[in-house]
Design a protein around this ligand. Structure first.
Ligand code: V4E
Length: 215
């Protein structure tokens, strides 16, 4: 399990040129499709828990509990931090735990190869989109992704993966350094793909997450 620390930014016409000028190395382009799942009452996402399937693999993103979040710097406030779980049995356990009040106790142990565990837990796909991603590396461990989503939204992100028990503070500093090199200004958080997707395709879900300050 690792923690993903990330800052999103708006892609501008000169972003590619800036990346080149600051010496970021392009490490490739790939395309993937994401499918996100939740109960019909949004029990996972209302807890800021995001279950998705990408390139045939399951991923669960959960918020991390942080002591310092109240007194954080402006730069740190622009970053999100999520725990990433990629082991399916662990994901199923975690989801079951979160849904225990709204879902009967289900045995998912034999549901590794197929997707019957989703219906057993009353989970449905609520968002599906493709992304073309160009990735760049600036300094060790700092990745910059330029994403183009198929519903017409472009967004960049600076990302550092921190192994379990690693130094989140140093990740925040690396992201801030990178943001300065990229000349990012403004202290408003930039919307992610999901936020824009839900606003356009599922305004009821979007409004609920907004009212609970998840998005
Ligand atoms: C919406 C959301 C999550 C789902 C994943 O969203 P996002 O980070 O936009 O996806 P993507 O494709 O860039 O994932 P990656 O390849 O980097 O793993 S996870 C957390 N959230 C909530 C959230 C939020 N409240 N604010 C911002 C700026 N981003 C995400």
């Amino acid at each position: 399990m690792s923690v993903e620390v990330e800052r999103k930014f708006l892609c501008k016409a000169d972003t590619l040129k800036t990346l080149e000028e600051i010496g970021a190395a392009c490490v490739g382009q790939h395309q993937f499709q994401d499918q996100y799942f939740d109960s019909i009452n949004f029990d996972l996402t209302l807890k800021d828990i995001w279950l998705r399937k990408r390139k045939g693999c399951w991923e669960l993103k959960c918020p991390i509990t942080e002591e310092t979040i109240g007194g954080q710097s402006k730069a740190a406030a622009l970053c999100t931090r999520y725990k990433e779980i990629t082991n399916l049995p662990e994901i199923q356990l975690r989801v079951k735990e979160v849904l225990k009040d709204v879902c009967e106790d289900t045995d998912t142990s034999s549901s590794q190869e197929n997707e019957s565990w989703l219906s057993k837990m009353n989970l449905v796909c609520f968002a599906e989109y493709k992304t073309v991603r160009r990735s760049f590396i600036l300094e060790e461990g700092v990745q910059i992704d330029l994403d183009q989503a198929d519903f017409g939204y472009d967004v960049g992100e600076i990302e550092v993966l921190v192994p379990e028990g690693g130094d989140v503070q140093s990740a925040l500093e690396k992201i801030e350094r990178t943001a300065q090199k990229l000349g990012l200004t403004g202290d408003q958080r930039v919307e992610g793909k999901m936020s824009v997707y839900l606003k356009r395709n599922n305004p009821q879900h979007y409004a609920k997450l907004l009212s609970e300050h998840i998005l």
